[in-house]
Design a binder for this molecule. Structure first.
Ligand SMILES: [Zn+2]
Length: 265
């Protein structure tokens, strides 16, 4: 194999490593998002639960207050009933009766208030139960997603280390200036940087290579750029099927000027 073909082969290998690096880094960036969303959701449930607990606490203290007021006044009525027999005259008797009536009326109002409180407590307890069951199933989902994520991140990080090693090895045999061109294009265009020319067309931008350039390319002596998209190009027929990267139209990076290809379509 000529030096030219070896270099192309190594650049393609480098390209393959870089493509995987890019997609893995993207994955690492996006993977925690789902977990973060679940966490925020779970946080809202906890907040809601705290609110309900606070409400229940308040209702219970109100209920306690009413209970003691009711029993205190019940006791008062009992005492008054005993004293009623000792009333010295009708006037005093009626005054005592009136006072008892008032206390009884007050206690009936308290009983009504207490009933409403008990109902509200029941509602809040049901709401609490619901929030607890929903938040616990959410927590389960969250824990599961978190552990899956942790595993995946570990895998991806190990693979990244491996790829960085491969990247160094692949770059080692490519001459500096060529590698420099590769890196230059990589920093300006989205992957791939090196693409095959199939049936005279650059698979990076889908534009035909001008005849003169195509003749040069077929000679296989120096590494050429596509005159349109600037990607490094090679003639597909210089390689066996298995050596070729998967052709596909790459997306244009935002930093780059619009390609003529985009406009021509
Ligand atoms: Zn091109």
């Amino acid at each position: 194999m000529s030096i030219y073909l070896k270099q192309i082969e190594q650049l393609v290998a480098l390209q393959r490593v870089d493509s995987e690096l890019i997609s893995l880094k993207e994955e690492l960036e996006n993977a925690p998002k789902e977990v973060e969303e679940l966490e925020a959701n779970y946080g809202q449930y906890r907040e809601r639960k705290d609110q309900i607990l606070e409400k229940i606490d308040y209702l219970q203290s109100q209920q306690k207050r009413l209970d003691s007021e009711i029993s205190d006044d019940d006791l008062k009525i009992k005492k008054s009933k005993n004293k009623l027999m000792m009333a010295s005259n009708t006037k005093e008797y009626h005054a005592m009766m009136r006072e008892m009536d008032n206390i009884e009326k007050l206690n009936r109002m308290r009983e009504e208030e207490r009933m409403a409180l008990v109902e509200e407590l029941e509602r809040q307890r049901a709401a609490l139960e619901e929030v607890e069951s929903e938040s616990s199933s959410l927590k389960e989902e969250l824990d599961e997603k978190q552990s899956t994520l942790d595993q995946r991140v570990e895998q991806v990080e190990a693979r990244l280390v491996e790829l960085e090693k491969q990247r160094k090895a692949a770059g080692q045999h490519v001459p500096g200036p060529v590698l420099g061109r590769y890196e230059f294009i990589r920093s300006r265009l989205s992957a791939p940087v090196i693409v095959p020319v199939i049936e005279g067309v650059c698979t990076g931008c889908n534009i035909a290579i001008p005849p003169q350039g195509f003749i040069e390319l077929q000679k296989g002596q120096q590494i050429l750029n596509c005159p349109n998209c600037q990607r490094l190009i090679y003639w597909c027929e210089h390689f066996e099927e298995s050596h070729q990267p998967i052709p596909g139209k790459p997306q244009v990076a935002a930093r780059k000027q619009p390609e003529a290809a985009e406009e021509a379509e």
